[in-house]
Ligand binder design. Structure first.
Ligand SMILES: [Fe+2]
Length: 361
C-alpha cells in the first residue's frame, strides 16, 4: 500500500524544528577560520561525504526523499558530487587541540540554549564540508537524529533516520541544535530550508554566505545546500567514490581532488564552499539531564526495530520479517516506505535541485 494524503500531511507537520532558524553573522574570527582551514590542510586527505556515510544506495535513500525512476537499480554514482567531509570533534571531544576554542564555544552554547529555551547544553560534534564547484542532487534531507539508547554513534544511519521521520520516538529524541556556518563567495549559492514542514513553502538564506550562519535543529527540519560554481565544473571528470580532497602540497592557497594518483581538479581557497557544522546536545532541565546521564529510559536497537515493524504493519504496510534487519535492503526499503512522506514539495525558483547523474557513471 502507499501512504494516504492525510498521513503524508501528518508526517510533514511533525517535521518542524524547535524554532525557526536564527541567522547570525561574524561567526568565527579570522584567526579561527585560518586554524579551521589549517586543520583541513594538516589532517587530510578527506573522503567524499557519500563514501563515508553509506554502504549501499538503499541506506542513502533512507535519509533522502522523493520518487525514483521505476524499475531501475539504484546506483550510488547517481548521487556523486565532489563534496568532502571531515570530523573535527566527536562525542564531545575536540579531535585537534588547535580547534579547542572553536568547539568549546561559549557563544554557541548560549545560542543553542536560548534557541531551545533550555537550561543546559554541551558541544557534541563538529565537522566540515568542503568543495569547489559542485552540483547538489540532494532533494532535501534531515540530519541523522539520535535517541536515548539508539544513537548515530552506535546505530546505522538509516535506522536513526527512519526513526526521526516516523514521529514514533519523539519522547526519546535527543534535543539538539546546530550552528551551521558557510564561507563561500559564490553570489548564487544559498541554503534552502523548510521550517514549516516539507509540504510548506521553503525559505532561503540568501547568498553570498561568508562567515554567516544559522542556529537550527536540522534533525527535524528539511534542508539542503545549493549547487555552486560554473555548471560545467560541478562534476569533474574522474570523480569516483575513492576521490580524496587535500591541500595542494605545492601551493598553500590551493586544494586538490585526487582519484588514485591523478589530480582531477585544483581550487583556490577563494573558490571553495567551506561549511562548518557545530552541534550540541541540549537538556531542557535537570530532570532531562539526569534521564540522559543515568540511562534509565533508553531504547535498544531491537526494541526500536520492533516498534517500527509493529506500527508499520498496524498501518497496513507489508513488512517482510528480516533476518538481518540492520543491513537487509528489502527490509530497509519497506520500512522507509512506511514513513517517508516524500520530502519537500517545492523549491525556490532560483535554487533548483541538480538532476541525478543517471547517465554519467
Ligand atoms: Fe544536513
Amino acid at each position: 500500500m502507499s501512504m494516504t494524503e492525510a498521513r503524508r500531511r501528518e508526517l510533514s507537520d511533525y517535521l518542524t524544528p524547535a524554532g525557526p532558524p536564527r541567522e547570525i553573522d561574524r561567526v568565527y574570527s579570522e584567526d579561527q577560520l585560518q586554524r579551521l582551514l589549517g586543520a583541513v590542510r594538516d589532517h587530510g586527505p578527506w573522503k567524499l561525504i557519500i563514501a563515508q556515510h553509506f554502504a549501499s544506495a538503499d541506506e542513502l535513500l533512507a535519509t533522502m526523499s522523493g520518487p525514483l525512476p521505476e524499475g531501475t537499480e539504484l546506483s550510488l554514482d547517481w548521487f556523486l558530487t565532489p563534496t568532502f567531509r571531515g570530523f573535527l570533534a566527536n562525542y564531545s571531544a575536540a579531535l585537534y587541540p588547535e580547534l579547542h576554542d572553536c568547539f568549546y564555544n561559549e557563544r554557541f552554547l548560549e545560542l543553542v540554549r536560548s534557541y531551545w529555551g533550555a537550561k543546559y547544553a554541551k558541544p557534541q560534534m563538529m565537522l566540515f564540508n568542503v568543495n569547489g564547484p559542485a552540483g547538489n542532487t540532494d532533494p532535501g534531507h534531515l540530519d541523522t537524529p539520535s535517541f536515548r539508547g539508539v544513537r548515530y554513534e552506535n546505530s546505522p544511519t538509516w535506522l536513526c533516520s527512519v526513526m526521526g521521520k516516523s514521529g514514533l520516538f519523539r519522547d526519546y529524541l535527543i534535543k539538539m541544535a546546530q550552528v551551521i556556518t558557510w564561507f563561500s563567495h559564490d553570489p548564487d549559492s544559498g541554503f534552502t530550508f523548510w521550517p514549516d514542514g516539507p509540504l510548506q513553502p521553503p525559505r532561503r538564506l540568501q547568498a553570498p554566505i561568508y562567515n554567516r550562519g544559522v542556529v537550527v535543529q536540522n534533525e527535524m527540519m528539511y534542508h539542503r545546500g545549493e549547487a555552486n560554481g560554473p555548471v560545467e565544473e560541478q562534476r569533474p571528470a574522474g570523480l569516483a567514490f575513492e576521490t580524496l580532497f587535500s591541500g595542494d602540497p605545492d601551493d598553500e592557497d590551493k586544494w586538490i581532488l585526487k582519484t588514485g594518483e591523478e589530480v582531477i581538479a585544483r581550487h583556490h581557497t577563494r573558490d571553495l564552499r567551506f561549511l562548518v557544522h557545530w552541534s550540541a546536545e541540549v537538556f531542557e532541565d535537570g530532570d532531562e539531564l539526569k534521564k540522559n546521564m543515568e540511562g534509565t529510559d533508553n531504547l535498544t536497537i531491537e526494541r526500536a526495530i520492533g516498534m517500527l515493524i509493529d506500527d508499520a504493519r498496524a498501518q497496513g504496510f507489508d513488512i517482510p520479517t528480516p533476518t538481518d534487519p540492520l543491513h537487509e535492503p528489502a527490509f530497509i526499503r519497506a520500512i522507509n516506505a512506511a514513513y517517508d512522506m516524500g520530502g519537500p514539495a517545492s523549491y525556490p525558483e532560483e535554487a533548483p535541485v541538480t538532476p541525478l547523474y543517471i547517465d554519467a557513471a
